[in-house]
Design a binder for this molecule. Structure first.
Ligand SMILES: [Zn+2]
Length: 158
């Protein structure tokens, strides 16, 4: 990997985004387990190796970091250094996400995407987590093919 951003920027991005993402995934998993759902993790045999898989319900959940998956919210602003390079890289991620979702759907899976901004940046993270898990669990039990849980999208300036 070519070192495009300086070391400090890189470690800030990694620690902030990756760490957060992993932690949120863990919190969601724990809650859903408590609610009685049983799952498998990061199933490599499936397209995109989804984060959490509920075979009984033909359902998979992705917990997406907003930056890496180019969500378009306030947590997905491009770095000041080499914005074009990042744009291209992250566009590829986004494109791959779309393909993965399509392939999963073709194989009869239902897909939910939970964006980190649904949790991060919330005044009360506990409430946010409650809401996320409530929605996720009712979705798992539903027959809805695709659903997303997201925080507010970026504030538009007209
Ligand atoms: Zn977001």
């Amino acid at each position: 990997m070519v070192d495009i951003v300086d070391q400090r920027t890189r470690s800030r991005m990694m620690s902030c985004i990756k760490g957060q993402d992993t932690k949120l995934e863990l919190l969601i998993r724990k809650r859903l387990f408590k609610l009685g759902f049983r799952y498998r993790l990061h199933v490599r045999l499936l397209p995109g190796s989804p984060d959490v898989v509920f075979p009984k319900y033909s359902a998979v959940i992705f917990i997406n970091g907003c930056f890496w998956h180019l969500h378009g919210c306030r947590f997905s602003q491009l770095p000041k250094t080499r914005p074009d390079w990042w744009q291209e890289k992250l566009n590829r991620n986004k494109l791959r996400d779309r393909e993965v979702i399509q392939r999963l759907a073709e194989n009869g899976w239902r897909i939910m995407v939970i964006w980190e901004c649904a949790y991060r940046g919330n005044a009360s993270r506990n409430n946010a987590l409650d809401r996320i898990c409530e929605r996720a669990s009712s979705w798992i039990l539903s027959e809805e093919a695709f659903a997303e849980i997201t925080g507010p999208k970026s504030i538009s300036h007209g």
